[in-house]
Design a protein around this ligand. Structure first.
Ligand code: F6R
Length: 610
């Protein structure tokens, strides 16, 4: 994780770096730091905590320069404090490094360097990098060559930037396993973990690949591999706008992103629904669509919220395509030597497209010869680029750490994929058309649910002080129960568990009393009568109940303490609607507890460590 940004040009880099770091804070906010070269001297200001605290500190320190680097940290090795904050120096304090990733062999490297007298002051793995580079600089190598030589000894992952006071006309950036882009400006250049950090300055972007090292000057750059092979890099013009990554008047990114869902879902479907043909058109899958439809098995692999989307995808795909489908945590998939056959199709779902576990699982499956397909939100991300084919969700940038609109867009894309495969197999035109027609109505139905925001806020006020929550759903709504519980946990720090409603009586029911509320996802579908029985079971044990129910369901009000009534849709699309009140409930509970919704403790948006 961690966010990094670098600037070289004629302007003062400090405000540019601070604004860049604010954009990157979703990647971690344990500490923040800046390093600048002024008059051939390296200067560093760093602080524990968020970028705002660093900014405050800078009011008391004069810092400016035309070459600088900035870092916002998500701690892996070493507690979040000022010493462990980046940038890190070499011993002679004339070289600075910021790093995102994990140096796996840092202990061996550190022991070797210590034998030569190198002194370490932090507990981080990253600090070996400046010392290692230094060990080559003192042998007379240039900075670029020293970075290449140092990186050829490093095992693990990195996105890093190096500056050196004896070569103050350049910064060196390198990538392996952690995202990094180069921004090309007019007599100024930028390096960043992602484009959001530099979008205010340029839309000309170069995506760095693993194993590449770039020497960045203010008016040109030279790209090579770690092994010194010259490479040509293509400059891409990106379409993202600043409006898309601003809060737009909302109190939090999370609320903005929840409210954006009617629009983000329209964007996920735009040009892809063929209503007359009762199917979908997914350009990114065209070349593999027949192979996909004839796969003997589909595997979906992902982490966190994206994994929950995968579970819904499993239900959709098995119901309509009859292709056996399995869903697997990417972290488990990678390490258990899974059976992967050449006629398997494997979807990797990732909002960021950079999640280390998902990327590693993708590479494992690709090595085994499977058809690897990406479902990503971030355009140009590693998972998107390394997949054989895939579909972008087009939800727009998601900044709030808790994933909301990315999830519903993933569900829409999974529905479109299901439609595509099912129509190639045995789904009738009539059935295809009715699913396509129903998909079209989803954005309006979400708008209707979002109007319940005030009601949900009132319910949140009633429950903000509870310590535990149970989320229960059946069938398609079981993954929604998991997702609702995850949303509550991660931003309100209330312990919450999601369960298939029927499983409750096999254990969790022992927990129920007046202090353990339950959220039931209980729309009127084929499991409705069964879920009503489960509600009765909780009621009998004095548990308080919130139900997400169908708008025409009057019966449920006699059984539950609070009901949130939502429009109906077909079963496969129901999760796209039922999850919305759960996102709002988690949001309002966290706000009422006075918590930092967009930056919950210990989390980061993009988990680029394994
Ligand atoms: C939860 C959340 C995480 C992510 C997970 C995977 O709100 O955001 O659980 O879903 O870290 O991230 P991506 O989708 O970027 O691979």
């Amino acid at each position: 994780m961690c966010g990094i940004v670098g600037y070289i040009g004629d302007k003062n880099c400090v405000p540019i770096l601070i604004n860049g770091l604010k954009r990157l804070e979703y990647r971690g906010y344990d500490s923040a730091g800046l390093g600048v070269i002024i008059n051939h001297e390296c200067r560093v200001v760093k602080n524990k905590g968020q970028v705002a605290l660093l900014e405050k500190k800078l009011e008391e320190v004069s810092l400016s320069g035309n070459l600088g680097i900035g870092h916002t940290r998500w701690a892996t090795h070493g507690v979040p404090n000022e010493i462990n904050a980046h940038p890190h120096f070499n011993s002679s304090k004339n070289l600075l490094v910021i790093h995102n990733g994990i140096i796996e062999n840092y202990q061996t490297l550190k022991a070797g360097l210590q034998k030569f007298g190198y002194k370490f002051i932090s507990d981080t793995d990253s600090e070996v990098i400046p010392h290692l580079i230094d060990s080559f600089l003192i042998k007379g190598h240039s900075l670029f060559k020293s970075v290449q030589l140092a990186l050829s000894e490093v095992e693990g992952t990195y996105g890093l930037i190096v500056i050196y006071d004896e070569e103050p006309d350049r910064m060196i950036a390198a990538r392996k396993g952690s995202p990094l882009v180069l921004g090309i400006g007019d007599k100024e250049n930028f390096v960043a973990s992602d484009v959001s950090a530099i979008l205010a300055h340029t839309k000309q972007i170069v995506y760095l690949e693993d194993g590449e090292v770039v020497e960045v000057f203010k008016d040109h750059f030279i790209a090579k591999t770690v092994l010194d092979k010259e490479i040509e890099k293509e400059v891409h013009e990106i379409t993202m706008t600043l409006d898309e990554i601003d809060k737009g008047g909302f109190a939090h990114f999370m609320l903005k992103e929840i409210m954006e869902q009617p629009e983000s879902i329209c964007n996920s479907m735009r040009g892809r629904l063929l209503l007359d043909k009762g199917t979908s058109k997914l350009g990114g899958l065209e070349s593999v669509a027949d192979r996909l439809a004839s796969s003997s098995r589909i595997i979906i692999s992902a982490c966190g919220t994206s994994w929950h989307a995968g579970l819904v995808g499993e239900y959709m795909l098995e119901q309509f395509t009859r292709i056996p489908t399995e869903v697997e945590y990417a972290s488990e998939f990678r390490y258990r030597n899974p059976v992967v056959n050449k006629d398997d199709a494997i979807f990797f779902i990732s909002q960021s497209g950079e999640t280390a576990d998902t990327l590693a699982a993708l590479r494992e499956a690709k090595d085994k010869g499977a058809l690897v397909l990406g479902i990503c939100n971030a355009v140009g991300s590693s998972i998107a680029r390394e997949s054989i084919a895939g579909v972008y969700t087009h939800a727009g940038p998601e900044i709030g750490v808790a994933s909301t609109k990315a999830f519903t867009s993933q569900l829409v894309v999974l529905a479109l994929i299901t439609l595509l495969i099912a129509r190639k197999k045995n789904m009738s035109l009539v059935d295809g058309k009715s699913i396509a027609e129903e998909l079209k109505t989803i954005p309006d139905k979400i708008s209707k649910i979002l109007k319940l925001n005030d009601t949900i806020e009132e319910i949140a006020a009633e429950f903000k002080d509870v310590k535990n929550f149970l989320y229960l759903g059946r069938g398609y709504n079981f993954p929604v129960a998991l997702e609702g519980a995850l949303k509550l946990k991660e931003i309100s720090y209330i312990h919450a568990e999601g369960y298939p409603a029927a499983e409750m009586k096999h254990g969790p029911i022992a927990l129920i009393d007046e202090n353990m509320p339950a959220v039931f996802i209980a729309p009127k579908d084929s499991t409705y009568e069964k879920i009503i029985s489960n509600i009765e079971e909780i009621k009998a044990r004095k548990g308080r109940i919130i139900a997400i129910a169908s708008e025409n369901d009057d019966k449920i009000d006699n059984l539950v303490d609070y009901s949130i009534k939502i429009p109906d849709t077909i079963r496969m699309l129901m999760p796209i609607l039922t999850v919305i009140p759960l996102q709002l409930l988690a949001y309002h509970i966290a706000v009422k507890k006075g918590l930092n919704v967009d930056q919950p403790r210990n989390l980061a948006k993009s988990v680029t460590v394994e």
